[in-house]
Design a binder for this molecule. Structure first.
Ligand code: ADP
Ligand code: MG
Length: 470
């Protein structure tokens, strides 16, 4: 990503874009091809406000209005974009997506950033944050951004800076201990810092439900409603808790609509995507889906190491680098557990008054490590489970045989390997009889498109997933 590149000044940019009608012609061709390959709606949403910066030495440049566009395009549409652009420009082999300044990108409403009046001083901010239900140590500065969280983080920052009127509600989902609550608190805090008079309320969905029941019991429903429906920003954590609670869902639905109608921001977290929350009303699900959904994935090893460094710096303890590496390698799927392991090691080190060795840590954390190992899903495990479900030979996972009865389950196994393991596309391809990464991408696309078409396929794949996670 070329984030580091300098952002052109407004005049420069205008000059560049005005500069050649030739380039505009090219953009029209690229846009037409792109719109066809990714669909008109997606094109409008992500490229509608983009500006083509031309091509130099085989490298094309596109200016987009925000970091969120940059990350989203890089993650989802880079291949299609490169393909379309290289058709229009011979020799083009690379494209940089650069965030332009609002006024320069042309066509982005600069509604966004309201004037920051007076920022709150630190101590007062902590007090206000606590009063709003926020943990003062969950800030954007304390959050380590990695490939697993880049998009979610950018969306949260955009909401906090009010750069993104469209992301309402913002729906953050992902497994336990991956930083959903942390990011949500960071949004609340940042909003309070920028706009001290804003009414921010954070609460867990469980608390919402309990207070609601209590309000009915005490006959104070009006007061309850006034409180939540008059907030400027409502942060509701762990919304999957609403499953099966019909009256609370009903109440939440109305609170939600009132806030959205009044253009107040709502942020929601959940341990799974909205469509997978069972026993929840469809109208509520579709409300959740009308804004922007972002996912937190388990962090890669580099990010896990960076998180450990951040934590020890915060706690002002020193731990041997080899020990940190050991922790990051052993505990992969949950940052809360990673943090828990680090606390145990740091506590031991400070009590024992000595630096701890890897061997000692291995002993100290044997329960963590055992549990972690039992949670790990491997490509091998996936191949076995899929072969069993589809009644085929394990050997056919790596064979060159191509009848659909074999090829499609093999593609499902590749798709699951992509989603459930930390292996790269290349590694996955290799585990399936030395296929290349393009084959794995093709397999994933194929499964996604079949999920739409084949009734019952989703349930079948979900059952395999559940079996693997057990
Ligand atoms: P979730 O709500 O997804 O279950 P939390 O937000 O409670 O997870 O995160 C669990 C712990 O891990 C918190 O202490 C949080 O500060 C920490 N954490 C998670 N992700 C990160 C990160 N990227 N950088 C720093 N700390 C993190
Ligand atoms: Mg949480």
């Amino acid at each position: 990503m070329d984030i580091g590149e300098s952002i052109p000044a407004a005049e420069e940019l205008q000059e560049q874009t005005r500069g050649s009608s030739h380039d505009e012609g090219h953009w029209e061709i690229i846009a037409a091809a792109l719109s066809k390959s990714i669909g008109g709606d997606a094109f409008q949403r992500w490229f509608g406000a983009a500006t083509w910066g031309g091509v130099e030495n085989g490298k094309g440049t596109i200016y987009v209005p925000g970091e969120i566009h940059q990350v989203w395009i890089e993650t989802n549409y880079m291949l299609e974009l490169l393909f379309a652009a290289s058709e229009a420009h011979e020799g083009l082999h690379k494209i940089s997506i650069i965030v332009a300044e609002t006024s320069a990108a042309g066509g982005i409403p600069s509604a966004a950033e309201p004037q920051v009046r007076k920022e709150m001083p630190g101590e007062m901010l902590d007090k206000r944050a606590i009063a709003a239900g926020l943990n003062p140590s969950y800030t954007f500065e304390n959050f380590v951004v990695g490939g697993n969280s880049q998009f979610a983080h950018a969306a949260c920052e955009a909401v906090a800076a009010k750069r993104s009127v469209g992301y309402n509600p913002l729906f953050i989902h992902g497994g336990s201990g991956l930083g959903k609550t942390h990011l949500m608190h960071a949004i609340g805090r940042e909003i309070l810092r920028r706009r001290p008079d804003c009414r921010v309320i954070y609460l867990t969905c469980e608390k919402f439900t309990n207070e609601f029941i209590e309000a009915i019991r005490k006959g104070e429903l009006e007061k309850f409603r006034r409180r939540y429906r008059s907030s400027d920003v409502l942060l509701i954590d762990d919304v999957q808790f609403l499953a099966g609670k019909e009256r609370s869902q009903e109440e939440f639905f109305h609170t939600f609509n009132t806030l959205l109608d009044g253009r107040n921001q709502v942020v929601i977290t959940s341990d799974r995507p909205a469509c997978e929350i069972k026993s929840i009303e469809p109208r509520l699900i579709s409300r959740f889906e009308c804004g922007l959904a972002v996912e937190l994935q388990p962090p890669q090893i580099e990010t896990r190491i960076a998180i450990l460094h951040k934590k020890i710096a915060e706690w002002k303890v020193s731990i041997d680098e080899n020990v940190l590496l050991f922790l990051a390698e052993k505990i992969r799927s949950n940052v809360r557990r990673l943090e828990g392991a680090l606390v145990r090691v740091a506590t031991y080190a400070s009590l024992a008054g000595e630096s701890v060795s890897v061997q000692k840590v291995e002993h100290l954390l044997r329960d963590f490590i055992q549990e972690e190992a039992s949670r790990q899903v491997t490509i091998d495990g996936i191949q076995r489970a899929v072969a069993e479900t589809f009644d085929m030979r394990l050997a056919d996972m790596i064979s060159r045989r191509r009848p659909a009865s074999i090829a499609f389950p093999r593609q499902i196994a590749m798709y699951l390997s992509r989603g459930l393991t930390h292996n790269s596309l290349v590694e996955i391809g290799e585990s399936f009889g030395g296929r290349d990464h393009g084959t794995v991408i093709h397999a994933c696309k194929k499964v996604v498109s079949e999920l739409e078409k084949q009734p019952g396929l989703r349930e079948r794949i979900e059952r395999i997933e559940q079996q693997l996670r057990r």
